[in-house]
Write a protein that binds this ligand. Structure first.
Ligand SMILES: Nc1ncnc2c1ncn2[C@@H]1O[C@H](COP(=O)(O)OP(=O)(O)OP(=O)(O)O)[C@@H](O)[C@H]1O
Length: 763
């Protein structure tokens, strides 16, 4: 006669078997429907069910194939005081109309992560079902008795301890079976405004961020599916480490990107040293780049010469420089980016040529512009003088220190030097490339062969409409008022002289005209009329209604953006993310104690402001699951003031701090002394990597990791080499060392030849 436990395991096995049978049936049905040509596209509720089945089938297939070692599709059971029982799993599965398995993200499954004896939510027993693939191997029960003294410290203690004891592999595993209450609250927080999740090392912030992405997809698939959620991590090493979590939860459609991969066509992995990162990351770069975008391309010609009616017309360097200034002024006044400025440039050049032509032989300005603008030699000059700008080319111009406007000489020299010997882009360049894309605008299509007629007509068809009232003076017609949306004047005052009295008189006249139109003028500023000539723009008491553009810009596709390690985002990185999150709610995850970027924020409100967002809900994770208390306490000695240390749940842990004479020998010895199995990393200051590489090369299975790239990662055994060098390497070196010391899951060894930061001295 099997014992009670064995019987219980057998009963759960029957449930697991039934779920898998049902999944197989659903899969067959979904395949059948796909063959019949029913797809996800059909509408109506029947089609909705089909769509759901297909999704469930896909999710389940993914879970099964991706993680043969997985804890299984069914992992939990809730028994309620009214006799009801649910099974909880990675996907929802129905048996006819009855739920067989409830998706962990469904509201009905929430008590699995929330019920405690203090607040049982109707649950009398929570069971974690522990499986290997499809075989149930063990059960872990919490019996929630309302009269129990105190609260449970953790949920599913046995399963949690088992999960924590497992050694680390090359990829992070999901925690769906053992999510803790405070983590669950953060995962299920509504997707409005900004949800800020802070917590010390190992409190599960990354896990929460990823499970939250899966949760949001479940609650509102229509809003978030098909790549509408973006998750941003600090490095490609990190995104690779966490890349398996969402697929193991059955979700593939989230965009997971490292900061260095946010711009299409660029994969940057190296970071600049702190001194350079502090310049590139600073908000000042916006002005530097804006200036750069208007500067002439290094290859721009400096003289235009063409023959008109037997005369040689020439625009030399000074005139061209003045023309460039005018193009810029006109475009900046109307918000036209450099890459859309070529028609304006053409008009200004043609005006300058016309002004230089012999008045006896030249036609009126419009006819002249039409004739000359059509010539290929003019089109060719124009494209060379005002070329289409590509962000990468423009950024490379920073190698020339004379082009850098907006930085002091020392910073400009540092910056120019990094581009001078640049072989590839750094992660810190990516926000600059992105900023340039926004500043330059889309490049105009480059015509092949002769300039097409449509473009020439565009240059020669005379006035365009303006978007506000303009008062301007013309040689033939005197003072004229233009109204928004129209290229022709709607009131003319006739020829008059143009002197300061005449301007004041004309403005008074124009104010009467506008008052008749129902607008009160409160002042005047400079602007341009539809011919591109300087004019006067009235400031109205009531703003003009803005017309909706016909072709509204395509909204940013992301509906939710999740930022991990957000404490380190520079102002320019925040701008890059804000452009992608314009229409998105956000989840911001981080730990100010681990801030290492020289421009990292000092507080969370500052970061939220950098991201251009306001409404914030803050959640804090207080319990650590990675670092054992002994190690956490040691690391906390160098924790920045004002930040609460983490209370660790992980038992055990070993800590050894050794002063040594020969680091290479000490590393070898420490590796040999480490327990077998599990992962082991040697963490060093970035500069020391080359020195220790030959030592580690002889030690199989050992990773040599520069401290600058270890953020977010973890290893069973960690050897930190020469902390003083890690601290000295950068302005926030102490925080970097704190990150390095908090990567260990089981054992931390600190090896040093130089003195340690004082507080780390004795153990
Ligand atoms: N509820 C949980 N059940 C099991 N393991 C957990 C749980 N929460 C966290 N962990 C484990 O603890 C470790 C740390 O989690 P995670 O990397 O998400 O923490 P973090 O707060 O992002 O850390 P850091 O700030 O150092 O990057 C991981 O191995 C994770 O799987």
């Amino acid at each position: 006669m099997p014992d009670a436990r064995t019987q219980e395991i057998a009963a759960e096995q029957r449930v697991v078997d039934r779920v898998h049978e049902r999944l197989a049936e659903m899969r067959a049905q979904a395949d059948e429907l796909a063959r019949e040509g029913h797809g996800r596209a059909a509408g109506g509720s029947a089609a909705g069910l089909v769509e759901r089945d297909v999704l469930v089938r896909n999710a389940a297939a993914q879970i099964a194939t991706l993680d043969a070692e997985s804890e299984g599709v069914v992992f939990g059971r809730l028994d309620f005081d009214d006799g009801d029982t649910y099974h909880v799993g990675r996907v929802g599965v129905r048996d006819g109309l009855d739920p067989l398995l409830i998706d962990w993200r469904a509201p009905a499954a929430a008590p699995f992560y929330r019920a405690t004896s203090g607040e049982p939510l109707g649950v009398v027993r929570r069971r974690v079902i522990i499986s290997r693939g499809q075989r149930v191997v063990d059960l872990d029960d919490d019996v929630l008795l309302p009269d129990d003294v105190g609260d449970l410290r953790v949920l599913g203690e046995g399963a949690l301890l088992a999960a924590l004891r497992r050694s680390r592999g090359p990829h992070m595993r999901d925690i769906v079976t053992t999510i803790q209450r405070e983590q669950d609250e953060a995962i299920r927080a509504p997707a409005r405004g900004v949800t800020l999740i802070s917590g010390g090392p190992g409190t599960g912030k990354t896990q929460v961020a990823l499970h939250r992405a899966a949760y949001l997809l479940y609650t509102d698939r229509g809003r978030f599916a098909d790549g509408r959620i973006l998750v941003v991590g600090p490095s490609t090493v990190f995104t690779n480490y966490i890349s398996r979590v969402l697929p193991s939860l059955g979700e593939e459609s989230v965009h997971l990107r490292a900061l260095g991969e946010l711009v299409d066509g660029v994969t940057a992995t190296r970071r600049d040293r702190a001194e350079v990162a502090a310049i590139k990351g600073s908000e000042r770069m916006r002005d530097v780049l804006a200036e750069l975008g208007w500067q002439p391309a290094p290859t721009a010609p400096t003289r235009l010469r063409l023959v008109y009616s037997g005369d040689v017309l020439t625009l030399d360097a000074d005139v061209l420089a003045e023309a460039r200034r005018r193009v810029r002024a006109r475009c900046e006044a109307t918000g036209t980016p450099p890459n859309s400025a070529r028609p304006v440039a053409a008009q200004i050049l043609l005006d300058a040529l016309w002004a230089g032509a012999d008045p006896r032989r030249r036609p009126d300005r419009e006819t002249f512009a039409g004739e000359v603008g059509e010539r290929n030699e003019f089109g060719g000059f124009l494209r060379a003088w005002w070329p289409a700008l590509i962000p990468a080319d423009v950024l490379s111009r920073l190698a020339d220190v004379d082009r850098i406007v907006g930085l002091d000489t020392a910073d400009a020299a540092v910056l120019a030097a990094t581009y001078g010997d640049r072989a590839d882009w750094s992660v810190d360049d990516v926000p600059l490339l992105d900023e340039l894309s926004a500043l330059l605008g889309d490049p105009p299509p480059e015509p092949k062969g002769p300039t097409p007629l449509w473009q020439l007509r565009e240059l020669s068809t005379g006035p365009r409409s303006v978007d506000t009232f303009v008062l301007s003076y013309g040689m033939h017609n005197g003072w004229e008022v233009y109204q928004p949306g129209h290229p022709t004047p709607f009131a003319s005052a006739g020829a008059q002289a143009i002197d300061s009295n005449a301007v004041a008189a004309a403005q008074r006249w124009a104010e009467f005209v506008l008052l008749r139109e129902g607008h009160k003028v409160v002042g005047w500023t400079d602007g341009f009329d539809p011919h591109g000539e300087e004019g006067y723009v009235p400031e109205l008491e009531e703003p003009l209604p803005v017309d909706e553009p016909d072709d509204a810009p395509t909204p940013d596709p992301y509906r939710h953006v999740i930022l991990d390690e957000a404490q380190d985002l520079s102002p320019m990185e925040c701008r890059m993310i804000a452009r992608r999150a314009e229409y998105a709610s956000m989840t911001v995850v981080g730990d100010l104690g681990q801030a290492t970027h020289p421009l990292a924020v000092g507080s969370w409100p500052e970061l939220v402001a950098r991201l251009g967002k306001r409404e914030v809900r803050t959640l804090e994770l207080l319990t650590g699951y990675r670092v054992p208390q002994t190690i956490a306490d040691y690391a906390a000695r160098i924790l920045a003031p004002g930040i609460a240390p983490t209370r660790s749940y992980r038992p055990g842990g070993t800590l050894s701090v050794r002063h040594v004479d020969d680091l290479a020998t000490a590393v070898r010895d420490a590796v040999r002394a480490a327990p077998d199995g599990g992962s082991l990393a040697v963490l060093v200051a970035d500069d020391a990597e080359a020195e220790l590489a030959p030592v580690v090369a002889d030690l199989p299975g050992v990773a040599l990791v520069p401290a600058a790239t270890v953020k977010g990662l973890e290893y069973d055994q960690v050897i930190v080499v020469e902390p003083a060098d890690i601290v000295e390497a950068e302005p926030r070196g102490l925080n970097r060392l704190y990150v390095a010391l908090t990567r260990a899951v089981e054992g931390l060894t600190v090896l040093h030849r130089k003195p340690l930061p004082a507080s780390l001295d004795d153990v």
